[in-house]
Design a binder for this molecule. Sequence first.
Ligand code: ADP
Ligand code: MG
Length: 266
Amino acid sequence: MEKKIISIINQKGGVGKTTTVINLAAGLSMKGKKILVIDLDPQGNATTGLGLSNTTNSDKTIYNVLNGNKKILEVIQPTKFANLNLITSNVDLSGLEVETAGDSRRAFKLKDELTSILNDSRASYDYILIDCPPSLSLLTIMALVASDALVVPLQTEFFALEGLTQLMKTIERIKSNLNPLLEIRGILLTMFDKRNKLSNQVELEARNYFKDKVYSTAVPRNVRLSEAPSHGIPVLLYDNKCPGSKAYFKFTDEFLEQDKQVESAA
Ligand SMILES: Nc1ncnc2c1ncn2[C@@H]1O[C@H](COP(=O)(O)OP(=O)(O)O)[C@@H](O)[C@H]1O
Ligand SMILES: [Mg+2]
């Protein structure tokens, strides 16, 4: 089975989800893969980080799909980067949970819409990457129901692993109720500082516990990664030689290698 719908997920904020979505999308698209990014966070950081607007005067947003106003193919927008399309988000999305309270099938809305994309020859994506909000609310449940697999960024700091317990419980619950084939594709260590004892300790614990689910790439703390979003471009294009870029190029290769292994095993 193809595993092409991937959510980048962690209910903690500021752990590198959006940075990972933007730069994995950039890395994959630079390798010729056709990518759709879905910004599922009302903050719209993936939207602006890829050069589009997260103001509320556009109706081409994921909000308008999830509330039933638009079909998903109507809201896909090009970015200025080849092979990379985007569905934007803005603060309107924060109202969805209350507005759809009466709809008992709402958890399946994103999955149903994505199924229609996968069956449409006008939208032949190699990967659909979903940038999740920092919560375990309806939006995250929608992403978990719609996804084939998950990438979990893990900030190498104190309490990082404690935070994962709750996420793992939620994933198990979704697997037993709504999406039995959901799997964790990998855990990506972020904001790693090799001179910091704590970073090394968190890495050790994560690798001990999650074994080969932890990518061998660890993304270092690098100020270039925090500068790039204000220019609306992935760091891979902003400064392709900085340590952050090197890490995300390596991560892209590791990500693609996972599918090669699956193909050759099949
Ligand atoms: N490896 C890194 N080094 C330095 N800054 C980073 C790194 N990864 C992310 N950042 C910055 O940290 C902040 C939070 O990252 P972000 O990707 O937005 O996290 P999330 O989406 O999980 O909330 C952003 O300002 C981002 O630019
Ligand atoms: Mg984010």
